[in-house]
Write a protein that binds this ligand. Structure first.
Ligand code: MCU
Length: 397
């Protein structure tokens, strides 16, 4: 049930400790109402700018708190918990590899990521962390860090639940789905890069990418660690750039599209906590338009393909709603959506090169003049954000 919050509480908000940073924090600035359930159920996308207790978000300070709440709701309803930085994270960065050793509660795991350094870069290089290897072209001047996400959390099929290094450390019954466990792995790689005194890689200029199932992972990683400067999910489709609710509407309209109720039987990308919501997506307090909201104002270019299973209407509609968070923050030039005519899955077409180059130049190479503004490309011409929402985005003060 929603309760009305008095203006006194609103005025009191600034005395709460405001988070300076999103990554690793799981606390909300105010607790979720007891026994909170999203109500009434709706096929329209929930308002990112209204707290669970009904308070409207009008300021950037309130937004910082609402982001914590949205994050918590994602953990509770879809993703499972992302553990905070463990008691010990150590490792090394060489020109060919990043090694990571994590110790928590008497247990340790180790993994490494392959590094390909760019030639001719002096000083710390920008880098893109690629889940399972990059499916888009990484340009000169940018290092590639290949992350073996499958080793951190397996994703063979529905029998992969609780398998992989993350679960060796935290137990096979841990609530995190694979995408959350991978995001945790990315955060640990960033811990090592951040602490590396040789400064081969610039932790302030890190991108993350992946395609398809790994695109779902890349988008979620961008939302769960605000050290990531540029998020580049590629053809992530349902469970990534698509909204669960819109995909259900599309299926009801006869499209052959992946939905939440299908996805929970196919693989372990989400927490078991998601199961009850997957057959009733209208009861989720979150949906995937809130992933861009968590990433904003950092760089985000969503790359999509017109393949029915990915849900081109759903990805276009969902991300056009997601763009409203960037608008609210006055950061529209940090967000781009690019969906083009069908091509082979995870082969990057030249028709998306201009926007990819612009986002990499701006967010990883420091070129403030790169034309990232206004990237909104879709062959789904009639899809409008307004079809899927009943709220309007504020201009946050
Ligand atoms: C688009 O990502 C997935 C999709 O969600 C699955 O249903 C399908 O089996 O595999 C896709 C994928 O990862 O392809 C490489």
């Amino acid at each position: 049930m929603k309760s009305v919050v008095s203006s006194a509480l609103l005025l009191a908000l600034p005395v709460f400790a405001l988070p300076s940073s999103l990554h690793e924090r799981q606390d909300a600035c105010k607790a979720l109402p007891a026994n909170y359930a999203y109500s009434p159920a709706s096929s329209k996308l929930p308002d990112p700018f209204t707290f669970a207790d009904g308070t409207k978000v009008t300021t950037k300070a309130q937004w910082a708190c609402r982001k914590q709440e949205i994050l918590q709701l994602f953990y509770l309803q879809e993703l499972g918990d992302k553990p905070a930085k463990p008691e010990s994270v150590t490792g090394t960065v060489s020109a060919t590899s990043i090694s990571v050793k994590v110790t928590n509660a008497g247990k340790s795991i180790s993994f490494s990521a392959t590094v390909k350094m760019p030639s001719g870069v002096t000083g710390a290089a920008p880098a893109i962390i690629a889940y399972g290897g990059a499916s888009l072209p990484i340009p000169a001047g940018v290092a590639t860090i290949t992350f073996n996400n499958d080793g951190v959390a397996q994703q063979t099929n529905s029998g992969s639940r609780g398998k992989g290094l993350f679960y060796d450390l935290y137990g096979s019954g841990h609530s995190a789905g694979a995408t959350t466990a991978w995001a945790w792995g990315v955060s640990r790689i960033l811990d090592v890069i951040e602490a590396d005194t040789t400064k081969k890689i610039d932790v302030t200029r890190i991108g993350v990418t992946g395609c398809s199932r790994n695109g779902k992972g890349a988008l979620i990683a961008g939302a769960l660690d605000d050290r990531i400067a540029l998020t580049l999910p590629q053809e992530s489709g349902s469970g990534g750039a698509a909204c669960w609710r819109i995909s259900d509407l599309e299926e009801a309209a006869g499209k052959k599209i992946q939905t939440a109720h299908e996805i929970i039987g196919e693989n372990v990308w989400y927490s078991k906590r998601f199961d009850p919501f997957a057959t009733k997506t209208s009861t989720l307090a979150v949906d995937h338009h809130m992933l861009p909201a968590l990433i904003a104002p950092r760089g985000l270019l969503v790359i999509e393909n017109n393949i029915d299973w990915l849900g081109p209407v759903s990805t276009t509609g969902c991300m056009r709603v997601g763009a409203l968070a960037y608008q609210a923050l006055g950061a529209t030039d940090s967000f781009g959506f690019s969906e083009v005519a069908p091509h082979n899955h995870c082969t990057f077409p030249s028709s998306q090169q201009t926007e990819l180059t612009a986002f990499i130049n701006r967010f990883l190479k420091g070129d403030a003049s790169a034309k990232t503004a206004g990237v909104d490309k879709s062959d789904q011409a009639n899809v409008k954000a307004s079809t899927y929402i009943t709220w309007t985005a504020p201009t946050l003060t």
